[in-house]
Write a protein of this length. Structure first.
Ligand code: FDA
Length: 394
Protein backbone atom coordinates (compact mmCIF):
# COMPACT_ATOMS: atom_id res chain seq x y z
CA UNK A 1 0.00 0.00 0.00
CA UNK A 2 1.47 3.40 -0.93
CA UNK A 3 2.22 5.59 2.08
CA UNK A 4 0.61 9.01 2.26
CA UNK A 5 2.26 11.83 0.25
CA UNK A 6 5.43 13.47 1.47
CA UNK A 7 5.31 17.14 0.52
CA UNK A 8 8.17 19.02 -1.06
CA UNK A 9 8.57 22.34 -2.86
CA UNK A 10 10.29 20.67 -5.80
CA UNK A 11 10.75 17.15 -7.14
CA UNK A 12 13.68 16.72 -9.54
CA UNK A 13 13.65 13.59 -11.72
CA UNK A 14 17.17 12.43 -12.70
CA UNK A 15 20.38 12.76 -10.67
CA UNK A 16 22.71 13.53 -13.59
CA UNK A 17 24.68 16.76 -13.95
CA UNK A 18 21.62 18.93 -14.64
CA UNK A 19 19.42 17.43 -11.91
CA UNK A 20 22.16 17.56 -9.24
CA UNK A 21 23.00 21.21 -9.90
CA UNK A 22 19.34 22.17 -10.06
CA UNK A 23 18.52 20.35 -6.80
CA UNK A 24 21.53 21.88 -4.99
CA UNK A 25 20.65 25.39 -6.23
CA UNK A 26 17.01 25.13 -5.18
CA UNK A 27 17.90 23.49 -1.86
CA UNK A 28 20.39 26.21 -1.01
CA UNK A 29 17.66 28.76 -1.70
CA UNK A 30 15.68 27.17 1.11
CA UNK A 31 13.40 24.99 -1.03
CA UNK A 32 12.52 21.50 0.18
CA UNK A 33 13.83 19.31 -2.64
CA UNK A 34 13.47 15.63 -3.50
CA UNK A 35 15.82 14.19 -6.15
CA UNK A 36 14.88 10.76 -7.55
CA UNK A 37 16.83 8.48 -9.93
CA UNK A 38 16.27 4.89 -10.99
CA UNK A 39 20.03 4.25 -11.17
CA UNK A 40 21.85 3.03 -8.07
CA UNK A 41 24.45 5.80 -8.36
CA UNK A 42 24.20 9.55 -9.05
CA UNK A 43 26.03 11.18 -11.97
CA UNK A 44 27.03 8.01 -13.81
CA UNK A 45 27.72 9.86 -17.06
CA UNK A 46 29.89 12.34 -15.20
CA UNK A 47 31.94 9.41 -13.87
CA UNK A 48 32.68 8.00 -17.34
CA UNK A 49 33.03 11.38 -19.06
CA UNK A 50 36.24 12.76 -20.47
CA UNK A 51 37.98 9.38 -20.18
CA UNK A 52 37.29 9.39 -16.39
CA UNK A 53 38.54 12.98 -15.90
CA UNK A 54 35.32 14.84 -16.88
CA UNK A 55 35.69 17.64 -19.36
CA UNK A 56 33.43 19.71 -17.13
CA UNK A 57 33.23 22.94 -19.16
CA UNK A 58 34.65 24.88 -22.07
CA UNK A 59 35.90 28.43 -21.63
CA UNK A 60 34.80 29.25 -25.19
CA UNK A 61 31.15 28.52 -24.40
CA UNK A 62 28.89 30.59 -26.66
CA UNK A 63 25.37 29.99 -27.95
CA UNK A 64 26.60 29.33 -31.51
CA UNK A 65 28.28 26.16 -30.24
CA UNK A 66 24.90 24.58 -29.59
CA UNK A 67 22.42 23.01 -32.02
CA UNK A 68 18.72 23.62 -31.45
CA UNK A 69 15.61 24.32 -33.53
CA UNK A 70 15.79 27.72 -31.81
CA UNK A 71 19.44 28.86 -31.83
CA UNK A 72 18.60 31.75 -29.44
CA UNK A 73 17.04 29.61 -26.70
CA UNK A 74 20.26 28.73 -24.82
CA UNK A 75 21.51 32.35 -24.65
CA UNK A 76 19.78 33.38 -21.45
CA UNK A 77 20.80 30.41 -19.27
CA UNK A 78 24.35 30.24 -20.70
CA UNK A 79 24.75 33.97 -20.12
CA UNK A 80 23.64 33.82 -16.49
CA UNK A 81 25.60 30.73 -15.39
CA UNK A 82 28.94 30.74 -17.16
CA UNK A 83 32.03 28.50 -17.25
CA UNK A 84 33.61 30.86 -14.65
CA UNK A 85 30.72 30.20 -12.28
CA UNK A 86 31.22 26.46 -12.49
CA UNK A 87 34.99 26.85 -12.23
CA UNK A 88 34.54 28.89 -9.05
CA UNK A 89 32.59 25.95 -7.60
CA UNK A 90 35.33 23.50 -8.67
CA UNK A 91 37.97 25.69 -7.01
CA UNK A 92 35.91 26.15 -3.86
CA UNK A 93 35.94 22.34 -3.55
CA UNK A 94 39.72 22.31 -4.18
CA UNK A 95 39.46 20.12 -7.26
CA UNK A 96 42.64 20.44 -9.32
CA UNK A 97 42.00 21.05 -13.01
CA UNK A 98 43.79 21.85 -16.26
CA UNK A 99 42.98 23.12 -19.74
CA UNK A 100 43.68 20.36 -22.25
CA UNK A 101 43.08 21.90 -25.65
CA UNK A 102 40.55 24.18 -27.37
CA UNK A 103 39.35 25.63 -24.05
CA UNK A 104 38.42 22.21 -22.62
CA UNK A 105 38.75 22.05 -18.81
CA UNK A 106 39.34 18.66 -17.15
CA UNK A 107 39.94 17.41 -13.60
CA UNK A 108 43.57 16.51 -12.93
CA UNK A 109 42.39 13.60 -10.80
CA UNK A 110 39.04 11.88 -11.26
CA UNK A 111 35.55 12.72 -12.56
CA UNK A 112 34.28 11.22 -9.30
CA UNK A 113 35.42 14.42 -7.59
CA UNK A 114 32.80 16.35 -9.60
CA UNK A 115 30.04 13.95 -8.51
CA UNK A 116 31.21 14.18 -4.87
CA UNK A 117 31.21 17.98 -5.17
CA UNK A 118 27.64 18.06 -6.50
CA UNK A 119 26.45 15.64 -3.80
CA UNK A 120 28.10 17.86 -1.15
CA UNK A 121 26.29 20.86 -2.63
CA UNK A 122 23.01 18.94 -2.47
CA UNK A 123 23.71 18.01 1.15
CA UNK A 124 24.38 21.70 1.89
CA UNK A 125 20.93 22.43 0.49
CA UNK A 126 19.29 19.63 2.52
CA UNK A 127 18.20 17.77 -0.65
CA UNK A 128 16.60 14.34 -0.09
CA UNK A 129 18.14 11.96 -2.63
CA UNK A 130 16.50 8.67 -3.51
CA UNK A 131 18.58 6.49 -5.81
CA UNK A 132 17.59 3.08 -7.14
CA UNK A 133 13.96 4.22 -7.11
CA UNK A 134 12.11 3.45 -10.35
CA UNK A 135 9.31 5.91 -10.99
CA UNK A 136 6.04 4.08 -11.43
CA UNK A 137 3.49 6.88 -11.79
CA UNK A 138 3.27 10.64 -12.19
CA UNK A 139 0.02 12.53 -11.84
CA UNK A 140 -0.97 16.15 -11.77
CA UNK A 141 -4.00 17.40 -9.88
CA UNK A 142 -4.87 20.39 -7.70
CA UNK A 143 -1.67 22.20 -8.82
CA UNK A 144 0.48 19.40 -7.40
CA UNK A 145 2.69 16.86 -9.18
CA UNK A 146 2.52 13.49 -7.49
CA UNK A 147 5.38 11.06 -8.15
CA UNK A 148 5.10 7.42 -7.12
CA UNK A 149 8.42 5.63 -6.78
CA UNK A 150 8.25 2.15 -5.31
CA UNK A 151 6.00 2.19 -2.26
CA UNK A 152 6.37 5.92 -1.76
CA UNK A 153 4.55 8.92 -3.14
CA UNK A 154 5.82 12.48 -3.00
CA UNK A 155 4.01 15.63 -4.05
CA UNK A 156 5.21 19.12 -4.97
CA UNK A 157 3.99 22.15 -6.93
CA UNK A 158 7.14 21.98 -9.09
CA UNK A 159 8.48 19.02 -11.10
CA UNK A 160 11.79 19.18 -12.98
CA UNK A 161 12.45 16.73 -15.82
CA UNK A 162 16.21 16.06 -15.79
CA UNK A 163 16.30 12.48 -17.03
CA UNK A 164 18.54 13.16 -20.06
CA UNK A 165 18.29 11.48 -23.47
CA UNK A 166 18.53 7.86 -24.64
CA UNK A 167 22.25 7.80 -25.49
CA UNK A 168 24.15 4.91 -23.85
CA UNK A 169 21.12 2.86 -22.72
CA UNK A 170 23.33 0.40 -20.86
CA UNK A 171 24.01 3.21 -18.34
CA UNK A 172 20.30 3.60 -17.58
CA UNK A 173 19.59 6.26 -20.23
CA UNK A 174 15.97 6.32 -21.42
CA UNK A 175 13.52 8.32 -23.50
CA UNK A 176 11.44 8.82 -20.31
CA UNK A 177 11.77 12.63 -20.52
CA UNK A 178 10.11 12.71 -23.94
CA UNK A 179 7.16 10.50 -22.91
CA UNK A 180 6.57 12.61 -19.83
CA UNK A 181 6.87 15.88 -21.74
CA UNK A 182 4.40 14.70 -24.39
CA UNK A 183 1.95 13.63 -21.69
CA UNK A 184 1.95 17.19 -20.38
CA UNK A 185 1.43 18.70 -23.84
CA UNK A 186 5.03 19.59 -24.79
CA UNK A 187 6.35 18.81 -28.26
CA UNK A 188 9.49 16.79 -28.90
CA UNK A 189 11.95 17.52 -31.72
CA UNK A 190 12.90 14.17 -33.28
CA UNK A 191 15.77 12.77 -31.17
CA UNK A 192 18.88 11.50 -33.00
CA UNK A 193 22.21 10.08 -31.88
CA UNK A 194 24.84 12.88 -31.97
CA UNK A 195 28.58 13.11 -31.30
CA UNK A 196 28.60 9.59 -32.71
CA UNK A 197 30.92 7.58 -35.01
CA UNK A 198 29.73 7.21 -38.62
CA UNK A 199 29.64 3.88 -40.46
CA UNK A 200 30.81 3.28 -44.02
CA UNK A 201 29.62 0.81 -46.66
CA UNK A 202 29.68 0.53 -50.45
CA UNK A 203 32.79 1.92 -52.11
CA UNK A 204 33.91 3.62 -48.91
CA UNK A 205 34.26 0.24 -47.22
CA UNK A 206 37.87 0.05 -48.42
CA UNK A 207 38.77 2.69 -45.83
CA UNK A 208 37.74 0.30 -43.06
CA UNK A 209 40.92 -1.70 -43.73
CA UNK A 210 42.84 1.33 -42.41
CA UNK A 211 41.39 0.86 -38.90
CA UNK A 212 43.52 2.62 -36.29
CA UNK A 213 44.92 5.31 -38.62
CA UNK A 214 44.39 8.86 -37.35
CA UNK A 215 45.15 12.19 -39.00
CA UNK A 216 44.16 15.84 -38.63
CA UNK A 217 41.48 16.84 -41.16
CA UNK A 218 38.87 19.48 -41.81
CA UNK A 219 35.53 17.66 -41.84
CA UNK A 220 32.76 19.43 -43.79
CA UNK A 221 29.01 18.86 -43.77
CA UNK A 222 27.18 21.51 -45.75
CA UNK A 223 28.45 24.87 -44.49
CA UNK A 224 29.73 23.47 -41.17
CA UNK A 225 33.38 22.45 -40.74
CA UNK A 226 35.59 21.23 -37.87
CA UNK A 227 39.35 20.94 -37.87
CA UNK A 228 40.43 18.14 -35.53
CA UNK A 229 41.65 14.53 -35.71
CA UNK A 230 39.72 11.88 -37.66
CA UNK A 231 40.16 8.20 -36.88
CA UNK A 232 39.49 5.36 -39.31
CA UNK A 233 37.82 2.41 -37.57
CA UNK A 234 36.79 -1.10 -38.56
CA UNK A 235 33.22 0.22 -38.94
CA UNK A 236 33.92 3.60 -40.51
CA UNK A 237 34.94 7.00 -39.19
CA UNK A 238 35.42 8.38 -35.69
CA UNK A 239 37.68 10.80 -33.81
CA UNK A 240 36.77 14.33 -32.66
CA UNK A 241 36.36 15.85 -36.15
CA UNK A 242 33.88 13.12 -37.11
CA UNK A 243 31.97 13.17 -33.80
CA UNK A 244 31.55 16.94 -34.18
CA UNK A 245 30.35 16.77 -37.78
CA UNK A 246 28.03 13.82 -37.00
CA UNK A 247 25.75 16.17 -35.04
CA UNK A 248 25.10 18.12 -38.26
CA UNK A 249 24.99 15.16 -40.68
CA UNK A 250 21.71 13.67 -41.94
CA UNK A 251 21.16 10.28 -43.60
CA UNK A 252 21.96 10.34 -47.31
CA UNK A 253 24.22 13.39 -47.06
CA UNK A 254 27.87 13.49 -48.00
CA UNK A 255 30.64 14.51 -45.64
CA UNK A 256 33.89 15.78 -47.14
CA UNK A 257 37.31 15.49 -45.51
CA UNK A 258 40.25 17.72 -46.29
CA UNK A 259 43.11 15.30 -45.64
CA UNK A 260 45.80 17.96 -46.07
CA UNK A 261 44.54 21.13 -44.37
CA UNK A 262 48.00 22.70 -44.21
CA UNK A 263 49.04 22.20 -47.84
CA UNK A 264 48.85 25.40 -49.91
CA UNK A 265 47.18 25.44 -53.33
CA UNK A 266 49.50 24.01 -55.98
CA UNK A 267 51.60 21.99 -53.54
CA UNK A 268 51.62 18.84 -55.71
CA UNK A 269 52.78 20.82 -58.74
CA UNK A 270 55.54 22.31 -56.55
CA UNK A 271 56.44 18.81 -55.39
CA UNK A 272 56.76 17.77 -59.04
CA UNK A 273 59.29 20.60 -59.62
CA UNK A 274 61.32 19.79 -56.48
CA UNK A 275 61.11 15.97 -56.43
CA UNK A 276 60.21 14.88 -59.96
CA UNK A 277 61.23 11.24 -59.33
CA UNK A 278 58.84 10.81 -56.36
CA UNK A 279 55.53 9.00 -56.84
CA UNK A 280 52.23 10.50 -55.68
CA UNK A 281 52.07 8.08 -52.71
CA UNK A 282 55.62 9.06 -51.70
CA UNK A 283 54.68 12.75 -51.79
CA UNK A 284 51.61 12.01 -49.65
CA UNK A 285 53.70 10.02 -47.15
CA UNK A 286 55.56 13.22 -46.28
CA UNK A 287 52.31 14.64 -44.84
CA UNK A 288 50.08 11.67 -43.91
CA UNK A 289 50.38 8.33 -42.08
CA UNK A 290 51.94 5.81 -44.53
CA UNK A 291 48.94 3.45 -44.75
CA UNK A 292 46.57 6.33 -45.49
CA UNK A 293 48.98 7.91 -48.00
CA UNK A 294 49.27 4.60 -49.86
CA UNK A 295 45.49 4.00 -49.86
CA UNK A 296 44.72 7.51 -51.13
CA UNK A 297 47.51 7.28 -53.72
CA UNK A 298 46.07 3.97 -54.94
CA UNK A 299 42.55 5.37 -55.21
CA UNK A 300 43.73 8.41 -57.12
CA UNK A 301 45.21 5.92 -59.63
CA UNK A 302 48.03 8.18 -60.85
CA UNK A 303 50.97 5.82 -61.27
CA UNK A 304 54.58 6.61 -62.09
CA UNK A 305 56.83 9.57 -61.24
CA UNK A 306 55.32 13.00 -60.64
CA UNK A 307 57.48 14.22 -63.55
CA UNK A 308 55.36 12.14 -65.92
CA UNK A 309 52.02 13.39 -64.62
CA UNK A 310 50.42 16.46 -66.23
CA UNK A 311 49.88 19.49 -63.94
CA UNK A 312 46.17 19.27 -64.72
CA UNK A 313 45.97 15.76 -63.21
CA UNK A 314 47.95 16.88 -60.15
CA UNK A 315 45.64 19.85 -59.59
CA UNK A 316 42.65 17.51 -59.82
CA UNK A 317 44.26 15.11 -57.29
CA UNK A 318 44.81 18.05 -54.93
CA UNK A 319 41.17 19.05 -55.22
CA UNK A 320 40.02 15.50 -54.40
CA UNK A 321 42.36 15.27 -51.41
CA UNK A 322 40.99 18.54 -50.07
CA UNK A 323 37.34 17.40 -50.44
CA UNK A 324 37.37 13.61 -50.16
CA UNK A 325 33.71 12.61 -50.17
CA UNK A 326 32.20 9.91 -48.03
CA UNK A 327 28.56 8.95 -47.90
CA UNK A 328 28.17 7.29 -44.49
CA UNK A 329 25.49 4.59 -44.45
CA UNK A 330 24.58 5.37 -40.83
CA UNK A 331 25.87 6.03 -37.34
CA UNK A 332 26.86 3.67 -34.54
CA UNK A 333 23.58 4.67 -32.86
CA UNK A 334 22.62 5.43 -29.28
CA UNK A 335 24.91 2.67 -27.99
CA UNK A 336 27.90 4.82 -28.94
CA UNK A 337 26.45 8.35 -29.10
CA UNK A 338 27.90 10.75 -26.55
CA UNK A 339 24.68 12.75 -26.59
CA UNK A 340 21.20 12.86 -28.12
CA UNK A 341 20.29 15.84 -30.27
CA UNK A 342 16.67 16.95 -30.52
CA UNK A 343 14.46 16.46 -27.47
CA UNK A 344 11.84 18.52 -25.63
CA UNK A 345 10.99 21.43 -27.95
CA UNK A 346 12.21 24.77 -26.66
CA UNK A 347 9.21 26.70 -27.99
CA UNK A 348 7.13 25.31 -25.13
CA UNK A 349 9.66 26.43 -22.47
CA UNK A 350 10.73 29.75 -20.97
CA UNK A 351 14.40 30.32 -21.84
CA UNK A 352 14.86 32.16 -18.54
CA UNK A 353 13.43 29.59 -16.13
CA UNK A 354 13.03 26.40 -18.24
CA UNK A 355 9.38 26.26 -17.10
CA UNK A 356 6.74 24.95 -19.49
CA UNK A 357 4.71 27.89 -20.78
CA UNK A 358 1.39 26.08 -20.62
CA UNK A 359 2.02 23.77 -17.68
CA UNK A 360 2.84 25.82 -14.57
CA UNK A 361 5.34 24.14 -12.27
CA UNK A 362 6.75 21.78 -14.93
CA UNK A 363 10.41 22.36 -15.89
CA UNK A 364 12.81 20.59 -18.27
CA UNK A 365 16.62 20.89 -18.18
CA UNK A 366 19.84 19.34 -19.51
CA UNK A 367 20.13 16.91 -22.37
CA UNK A 368 16.39 16.15 -22.30
CA UNK A 369 15.86 19.56 -23.94
CA UNK A 370 16.48 20.29 -27.64
CA UNK A 371 19.87 21.94 -27.02
CA UNK A 372 22.98 19.97 -28.02
CA UNK A 373 26.52 21.22 -27.58
CA UNK A 374 29.69 20.57 -29.49
CA UNK A 375 32.20 18.08 -28.18
CA UNK A 376 34.53 19.50 -25.54
CA UNK A 377 32.70 20.34 -22.30
CA UNK A 378 29.82 22.25 -23.90
CA UNK A 379 27.17 19.69 -22.97
CA UNK A 380 28.02 19.75 -19.28
CA UNK A 381 28.02 23.55 -19.37
CA UNK A 382 24.46 23.39 -20.72
CA UNK A 383 23.51 20.88 -18.00
CA UNK A 384 24.90 23.23 -15.29
CA UNK A 385 23.45 26.42 -16.82
CA UNK A 386 19.94 25.08 -17.46
CA UNK A 387 19.97 23.33 -14.05
CA UNK A 388 20.95 26.57 -12.36
CA UNK A 389 18.27 28.56 -14.24
CA UNK A 390 15.52 26.18 -13.11
CA UNK A 391 17.02 25.89 -9.60
CA UNK A 392 16.71 29.67 -9.24
CA UNK A 393 13.10 29.69 -10.42
CA UNK A 394 11.43 26.74 -8.68
P1 FDA B 1 22.20 12.57 -17.66
O1 FDA B 1 21.97 11.54 -18.71
O2 FDA B 1 23.58 12.79 -17.19
O3 FDA B 1 21.34 12.24 -16.37
C1 FDA B 1 20.03 11.75 -16.45
C2 FDA B 1 19.72 10.98 -15.18
O4 FDA B 1 18.36 10.56 -15.27
C3 FDA B 1 20.56 9.72 -15.05
O5 FDA B 1 21.11 9.67 -13.75
C4 FDA B 1 19.56 8.58 -15.28
O6 FDA B 1 19.85 7.43 -14.51
C5 FDA B 1 18.26 9.22 -14.86
N1 FDA B 1 17.08 8.62 -15.51
C6 FDA B 1 16.91 8.35 -16.82
N2 FDA B 1 15.72 7.79 -17.02
C7 FDA B 1 15.12 7.72 -15.81
C8 FDA B 1 13.87 7.23 -15.36
N3 FDA B 1 13.00 6.68 -16.22
N4 FDA B 1 13.58 7.30 -14.03
C9 FDA B 1 14.48 7.84 -13.16
N5 FDA B 1 15.68 8.31 -13.52
C10 FDA B 1 15.98 8.26 -14.83
N6 FDA B 1 29.85 16.13 -21.96
C11 FDA B 1 30.77 17.07 -21.66
O7 FDA B 1 30.44 18.26 -21.62
N7 FDA B 1 32.07 16.72 -21.38
C12 FDA B 1 32.49 15.40 -21.41
O8 FDA B 1 33.64 15.10 -21.10
C13 FDA B 1 31.53 14.42 -21.78
N8 FDA B 1 31.90 13.11 -21.89
C14 FDA B 1 30.96 12.15 -22.17
C15 FDA B 1 31.35 10.81 -22.30
C16 FDA B 1 30.42 9.83 -22.56
C17 FDA B 1 30.85 8.40 -22.73
C18 FDA B 1 29.04 10.19 -22.68
C19 FDA B 1 27.99 9.15 -22.93
C20 FDA B 1 28.66 11.53 -22.60
C21 FDA B 1 29.61 12.52 -22.35
N9 FDA B 1 29.25 13.86 -22.27
C22 FDA B 1 30.21 14.81 -22.00
C23 FDA B 1 27.84 14.29 -22.40
C24 FDA B 1 27.26 14.51 -20.98
O9 FDA B 1 27.52 13.33 -20.21
C25 FDA B 1 25.76 14.77 -21.03
O10 FDA B 1 25.50 15.82 -21.92
C26 FDA B 1 25.26 15.14 -19.63
O11 FDA B 1 25.54 14.07 -18.74
C27 FDA B 1 23.77 15.42 -19.64
O12 FDA B 1 23.36 15.65 -18.31
P2 FDA B 1 21.85 15.43 -17.87
O13 FDA B 1 21.85 15.61 -16.39
O14 FDA B 1 20.95 16.23 -18.70
O15 FDA B 1 21.54 13.91 -18.22
Amino acid sequence: MPQSDTHYDVIVLGAGGAGLLCAATAGQRGRRVLLIDHAPEAGRKIVISGGGRCNFTNIHTAPDRYISANPHFAKSALGRYTPSDFLALIERHRIAWHEKTLGQLFCDGSARQVVAMLLDECAAGGVDIRLDHPITAIDHADALYRVTHGARTAAAPALVIATGGPSIPKMGATGFAYDLARRFGLKVVEPRPALVPLTLGGEDVLFRSLSGVSTEVIAHSGKTAFREAALLTHRGLSGPAILQISSYWRHGEVIALDFLPDRPDGWLIDAKRHKPRATLAQSLRAHLPDRLADALGERLALSGDLANLPDRKLAEAERRLARWSFTPNGTEGYAKAEVTSGGIATDGLSSRTMEARKMPGLYAIGEAVDVTGWLGGYNFQWAWASGWAAGQAV
